[in-house]
Ligand binder design. Structure first.
Ligand code: NBP
Length: 490
């Protein structure tokens, strides 16, 4: 290796950092790497990497952050792949005194977008540039091509674009799954919603599997082949593909491993953040919320065991007609997935309007077509819907999806009805169906909610026989006063 300055520096040699560094090197970038030295580890993390997976490659390792920074060509580009939260701030505090004006920090971890808003401002106030970039695709994506969602200091884009696009996944037409998202923390916001959608997709697939397992006389191989079949059609996606593989996978004793995995799901926070932020924006994101809550309920395993003994429940009709049920499950899965994406993109649009980000929803849909966990063919249809001359007010109002929903609705209804009848939980399928019914209802019982709010708290209401924006208060009991509460919404 020569002593020329490196094109990019990478901090944090855990699973993501190591693989991203190797990916960059394989695209002919010279890479410097740094990891804080961990006391107690015999061979330092940096040495282990440089003498192991990176041996003989164009990668320089550093155990002193100052040497690492000095090894980089100007303007320096430093990608941080460390645990989200205070670790990023601590690192920035160490880096700032070592940087020169115009240097670029890239945070590729799963940082909270509000932290990124703050870090962009702070970095720019010191004369540096900051890019908050979502990176999706896990270990495999990091090594072979991830979906990368950068946002922040716009002036940084032309400088980091060649590197980030080179390590991004490419779609079949060669388009890199990496485009500039927008200002401030928008890249991390988009990644957060991506992860929320991932929670939803996984819950929906789990419910599809559960219905077939419980209501059909089929073994794992057969359910796997049903998923594999779906993977050839409109549901073609990474998560459907791996579900088929998981179902067929046997452990050393020859048993299907999935049957031995405890039904208590974990979570690391991005699903929860999606829901919290949707609530902050006043937007419905019920399917992802249901998926997050269902993971929480699943983890209350002991309570569920006790409750299952207290309430006897079971299936009425042992076995359903296979082709019919499979078709209905497919309809429920596809339609619910559409609802979930419609909700997710509506939250992105709302955030874009609220924060002045000017997000390009079709570009985001295209970025998610490869490399990331939710990659699927139907993101092409979503991108096309947002690219249409007449932008749909809501994804489910795009002409193509309107027709799809019309065709899927009967099977979706059948499936949810069968689940209710058979006392099987399908919280995400039914949440999606109820959202759909509410969405397409010109009238909802919210008039009653408004009446109750006004009755007990003088919160006021609008009237159907007056203009929107004009608020009334009724003296419901005859002994209340005329004083109204404020009519703000939070
Ligand atoms: P982890 O999230 O487990 O982070 C470990 C890395 O952070 C190590 O290099 C560690 O150094 C470093 N670190 C910590 Br912890 N505190 C530090 C500090 N105060 N200063 C400097 N370095 C510090 O690793 P990961 O799973 O590779 O993920 C990296 C980032 O990418 C995270 O934000 C994660 O959420 C995100 N992400 C992960 C995946 C995935 O599939 N794993 C996918 C997409 C995004 P040490 O060795 O000295 O402890």
């Amino acid at each position: 290796m020569d002593n020329k300055k490196s094109d990019i520096g990478l901090i944090g040699l855990a699973v993501m950092g190591e693989n991203l560094a190797l990916n960059m090197e394989s695209k002919n970038w010279q890479v410097s790497v740094y990891n804080r030295t961990v006391i107690g580890v015999e061979e330092g993390v940096v040495d282990r990497f440089v003498n192991g997976r990176a041996k003989g490659k164009n990668v320089q390792g550093f155990t002193e952050i100052k040497d690492f920074v000095e090894s980089l060509a100007a303007p320096r580009k430093i990608m941080m792949m460390v645990r989200a939260g205070s670790a990023v701030d601590e690192l920035m505090d160490q880096l700032f005194p070592l940087l020169s004006a115009g240097d670029i920090l890239i945070d590729g971890g799963n940082s909270n977008y509000e932290d990124t808003n703050r870090r962009v401002e702070l970095s720019e106030s010191k004369g540096f540039l900051f890019v908050g970039s979502g990176v999706s695709g896990g270990e495999e994506g990091a090594l072979n091509g991830a979906s990368i969602m950068p946002g922040g200091s716009a002036n940084a884009w032309s400088q980091v674009k060649p590197i980030l696009q080179s390590i991004a996944a490419k779609t079949s037409d060669g388009t890199p799954c990496c485009e500039w998202v927008g200002p401030a923390g928008s890249g991390h916001f988009v990644k957060m919603i991506h992860n929320g959608i991932e929670y939803g997709d996984m819950q929906l697939i789990a419910e599809a599997y559960w219905m077939m397992k419980n209501l059909l006389s089929v073994d794992h191989e057969e359910i796997a082949s049903i998923f594999a079949g779906w993977n050839e059609g409109k549901l073609r996606s990474y998560l459907i593909e791996i579900t088929a593989n998981i179902l067929k996978h046997k452990d050393k004793s020859g048993d299907y491993l999935v049957d031995k995995i405890l039904d208590a799901a974990g979570q690391k926070g991005t699903g929860k953040w999606s829901v919290i932020n949707a609530m902050e924006l006043g937007m419905p994101l019920g399917l992802i919320a249901t998926a997050v809550f269902e993971r929480s309920l699943s983890s209350q395993k002991a309570l569920r065991e006790t409750a299952s003994h207290s309430y006897k429940h079971g299936h009425l009709q042992a076995v359903y007609n296979k082709p019919e049920l499979v078709k209905d499950v497919h309809s429920a899965l596809y339609a619910s997935k559409l609802v979930s994406y419609a909700q997710g993109f509506a939250v992105l649009q709302k955030a874009s309007d609220a924060f002045g980000w000017n997000l390009n929803l079709s570009s985001i849909a295209r970025m998610w077509r490869g490399g990331c966990i939710i990659r699927s063919v139907f993101l092409n249809d979503i991108a096309a819907a947002f690219e249409a001359k007449e932008k749909p007010e809501h994804l489910l109002l795009a002409p193509y999806f309107k027709e799809e929903m019309r065709q899927l609705l009967p099977g979706w209804k059948n499936l949810v009805a069968a689940a209710v009848r058979e006392e099987l939980p399908v919280p995400a399928f039914s949440s999606a169906l109820n959202y759909f019914y509410s969405l397409v209802s010109e009238k909802l019982p919210a008039n009653m909610v408004q009446a109750q709010r006004d009755y007990f708290g003088a919160h006021t209401f609008e009237r159907t026989d007056n203009l929107r924006g004009v608020f009334f208060h009724e003296n419901w009991t005859g002994h209340g006063g005329d004083t109204k509460s404020g009519t703000y919404n939070v």
